[in-house]
Design a protein around this ligand. Structure first.
Ligand code: SF4
Ligand code: SF4
Length: 134
């Protein structure tokens, strides 16, 4: 059965290593963003992602497992102090990841905030006083 990675929309068959029996899935509603799990991951596949409030993405940053790179070693689940990482059967892991990943849900309903463009008066205000005198 063909599954697609929910983040990159890539077929799972592109995985170069052997398919692990289990995958680590983080229930982000219980994640404190402590980042302890990152230090234990031998595959370096736990990523820091923006916090749940789209107007303040740097507040309460969360983590997310890049599932195609997870080797299922279980270390992150073992050492997460908040017990919010579950080891799930490979196929179940992808299904639960969509349900438990806040960023994925937000991505469907929140439009990106346009970048602020500096205005001319603000640029003038930053100019040093001696530059005005010249
Ligand atoms: S160790 Fe647990 S609570 Fe801490 S960032 Fe990782 S998943 Fe979140
Ligand atoms: S199970 Fe192992 S490889 Fe997968 S995210 Fe956790 S520590 Fe990393």
């Amino acid at each position: 059965m063909a599954f697609k990675d929910p983040k990159y929309d890539k077929p799972i068959q592109l995985r170069k290593t052997r398919r692990p029996k289990q995958l680590a899935v983080i229930n982000q509603s219980g994640c404190t963003g402590c980042m302890v799990c990152i230090d234990f991951c031998p595959a370096d596949c736990i990523l820091v992602v923006p916090g749940p409030d789209p107007s303040a993405p740097t507040v309460h940053k969360l983590v997310e497992v890049d599932l195609p790179r997870c080797i299922g070693c279980t270390l992150c689940a073992k050492y997460c102090p908040w017990e919010t990482i579950s080891m799930l059967e490979f196929d179940d892991g992808y299904k639960k990841a969509e349900e438990w990943t806040i960023r994925t849900v937000l991505g469907e309903i929140i439009e990106p905030v346009p970048a602020a463009v500096p205005t001319a008066p603000r640029a003038a205000a930053r100019r040093p006083a001696h530059a005005e005198a010249e």
